[in-house]
Design a protein around this ligand. Structure first.
Ligand code: SAM
Length: 297
């Protein structure tokens, strides 16, 4: 390994990755773990598999098709400051890939600030909310299967919870980003009414989703030293009515769903706001990991 002035070249496969300003203690990290250390890649895979055994919502585009309207309504007024983390890297001459763009809540404002945005989104229902603009390309695909040209920046916001094989997913983002990758995930638990329903009706929320801190450790393990910004913001989930709430919660609840008991509990949990039913998920803590993935030198 070559190190000088805090910059080290670590051979990983056929390409070199530059790790910026890593302390010497961290430079021993690579894709293998020493005995007794946690293998964060395996830990991630276990969490995703356990969660999928309960409910496959996050990786299932059918789930996002059904949830799209509620998601769009719930997030349109959300102010999570993710765009402020991106701000120093934006310029009208740069391009960006939005991995798992959802309803386009980041794609659309970013297209006003950048030369071009490519939104990769597998769910037709979610894609339908992304506005057509001359400088937005929408790719109907998962990230794993997407064929897209590299861009200056790659973002991936609240997508990775259901990604079963995280290393190729992250590697592809690294290969696709000329300048910087940004990945946002929640650190706090899923603030969704289905979790509250499970707590009330089944006595436990069931297997959890992977957390931001686990992503961060996984990144260290594969040789990416990310800068981190934490964001706190209120999360509300909005439904057009009880039927939409039931469909959404059933998909995430998993085994043992009792429609009548769920309806009764949701009547207590959800608050009416005009013609919508609203779940107040409190304040979520999320992290944004961002790093310069590779330098050809
Ligand atoms: C919680 S939404 C986040 C959407 C958007 N990034 C945002 O922050 O509002 C998760 C999105 O990731 C998409 N998704 C899930 N697995 C994916 C994959 N393997 N590749 C690309 N997108 C994926 C889903 O279809 C869904 O639209």
């Amino acid at each position: 390994m070559l190190c000088s002035a805090g910059r080290c070249l670590q051979p990983l496969g056929s390409e070199d990755i530059v790790l910026h300003e890593l302390s010497p203690g961290l430079l021993k990290t690579n894709s293998e773990t020493a005995m007794g250390e946690i293998d964060w890649v395996e830990q991630w895979k276990r969490l995703v598999a356990d969660r999928a055994s309960l409910a496959s919502g996050h990786a299932d585009s059918g789930y996002w098709d059904r949830r799209a309207s509620s998601y769009a309504r719930s997030t349109q007024a959300r102010s999570d400051e993710f765009l402020q983390v991106l701000q120093p890297y934006l310029s009208p001459r740069k391009t960006l890939i939005d991995v798992g763009a959802g309803t386009g809540r980041h794609t659309m404002p970013l297209a006003e600030r950048l030369e071009w945005v490519t939104a990769v989104e597998p769910s037709e229902g979610m894609r339908a909310h992304i506005a057509q603009r001359d400088n937005i390309t929408i790719v109907a695909s998962t990230w794993e299967d997407a064929e897209v040209a590299p861009a200056d920046l790659v973002i991936c916001s609240h997508v990775m919870y259901g990604v079963a094989d995280p290393v190729p997913f992250i590697d592809k983002m690294q290969r696709s980003a000329r300048e910087r990758v940004f990945v946002m995930m929640r650190e706090s638990d899923l603030p969704h009414p289905a979790a509250e329903l499970r707590r009330r009706l089944a006595g436990a929320t069931g297997p959890r989703l992977p957390r931001f801190s686990e992503l961060f450790m996984l990144l260290i393990q594969i040789g990416a030293a990310a800068d981190v910004t934490f964001l706190r913001y209120p999360i509300v989930t909005r439904y057009a009515g009880m039927d939409e709430a039931l469909i959404d919660c059933r998909a995430l609840y998993g085994e043992g769903w009792d429609e009548e008991a769920a309806r009764q509990a949701l009547e207590e949990i959800l608050i009416r706001d005009g013609d919508e039913l609203v779940y107040d998920g409190g304040v979520a803590l999320s992290g944004v990991a961002h790093w310069q993935p590779r330098t050809s030198s």
